[in-house]
Design a protein around this ligand. Structure first.
Ligand code: NAP
Length: 332
């Protein structure tokens, strides 16, 4: 182990030092932290949840490197406004699209649009997400935190799989919160009785990390797929979802640009394309479990993708049945 590895490992073990704004300050001095010099001209980059916070920073930096960026929000107005702002700030080109990534019919429509409007997709950045205390369901009857972080992104990835460029990268914005939860597939979707927003969020974020590993096993070296966590960043999402944490930790939260850095690096650096299915933070590979009880068993890992396929089929059947019932009521 080198001195750099040792110091970086010690910083990671402190958690607060690693996740907060201290992390990049120290790591910049420890190892190479050049601004990626990639030329993304002619490339198509999709950054979900890019109307705000970390996603907007990622979109701006990818557009500045020459990519045409698809900027998304749940709201048409916010998508248009953010796309215009990202284009202005970067000097690049963007398209704003309204899509709720937890709503499967909207995900399908978005995939259709991307397939029609582009020759291929080069970068698919699954960044959209939120921590919400209240349990909500999507229009297909799925718990909304799970739907937005895991089921919808999985569906979008599958729908675009044969439309990805040969050297495409598919990247998931997970969270350090995932370290608190193991993947137990039968407990991914929390019901009314046991729902706690932070737990549902952590389980879905754990699911993203395992999904990246499983897609890499299925796909081999390309398309490259990775997950990362951004540390703790000052964003509108943290202010709304974790107000006490935001108030107490505010002074040491990272600026959103520092939280976006590793995603831009994963999208552009040669090193990030040499492997697939890894978990990253501050431009370095990280372990996926701090505690043995949160390690993923092979059995749970293998269950994830079949479970996602089955859950999508069930949700869409539920929606079809509802629509048919409404149509019959209207006719009666
Ligand atoms: N900030 C942190 O410390 C931190 C830590 C760990 C992980 N993360 C992750 O980083 C990502 C970005 O978070 P942020 O802190 O930058 O929050 P943010 O400022 O609230 O941005 C979240 C973005 O996601 C979009 N979004 C939320 N739910 C969506 C849905 N169902 N469908 C489509 N878009 C949706 C929002 O768009 P609209 O509201 O305009 O629809 C917004 O553009 C999230 O995945 C979050 O879990 C953040």
């Amino acid at each position: 182990m080198t001195t750099v590895d040792l110091l970086d490992g010690l910083l990671e073990a402190t958690v607060v030092g690693s996740f907060s704004r201290i992390g990049p300050v120290v790591r910049r001095r420890l190892y190479d932290w050049e601004v990626p010099a990639a030329d993304l001209s002619g490339r198509e980059a999709v950054v979900t949840g890019s109307s705000s916070g970390i996603g907007r920073e990622i979109a701006t930096r990818l557009a500045a490197l020459g990519a045409h960026v698809w900027v998304t929000s749940r709201s048409e107005d916010r998508a248009e406004e953010a796309a215009a702002q990202v284009a202005q700030d970067s000097g690049g080109t963007t398209t704003g699209v309204a899509v709720d990534v937890g709503e499967l019919d909207q995900v399908r429509a978005f995939a259709d649009r991307l397939r029609t409007a582009t020759d291929s997709v080069d970068l698919l950045v699954h960044n959209a997400g939120a921590l919400t205390e209240d349990r909500r369901e999507t229009s297909q009857g799925m718990e909304a935190t799970l739907a937005a972080h895991l089921v919808g992104p999985y569906l979008l990835t599958r729908l675009l799989a044969d439309h990805l460029a040969a050297d495409a990268r598919v990247l998931f914005m997970s969270s350090g919160g995932m370290y608190t939860q193991p993947l137990v597939v039968s407990r991914l979707e929390m019901d009314e009785d046991d729902y706690r927003g932070a737990v549902a969020y952590a389980r879905a974020k754990r699911g993203q990390v395992v999904l990246a590993e499983q897609l890499a096993r299925e796909w081999g070296p390309t398309p490259v797929v990775h997950a990362m966590h951004p540390g703790w960043a000052a964003t509108p999402g943290v202010t709304a979802g974790l107000p006490v944490f935001d108030r107490v930790m505010g002074p040491i939260l990272r600026p959103a640009a520092e939280a976006a850095d590793t995603m831009v690096w994963l999208a552009t650096a040669d090193e990030a394309a040499r492997t697939s299915g890894e978990f990253w933070h501050d431009r370095r590979r990280r372990g996926t479990a701090y505690l043995p009880r949160t390690s993923t068993t092979d059995r749970q890992r293998r269950r994830l993708v079949p479970w996602l396929d089955a859950r999508i089929a069930q949700a869409e059947t539920h929606a079809d049945t509802q629509a048919e019932a409404h149509a019959e009521t209207d006719q009666a």
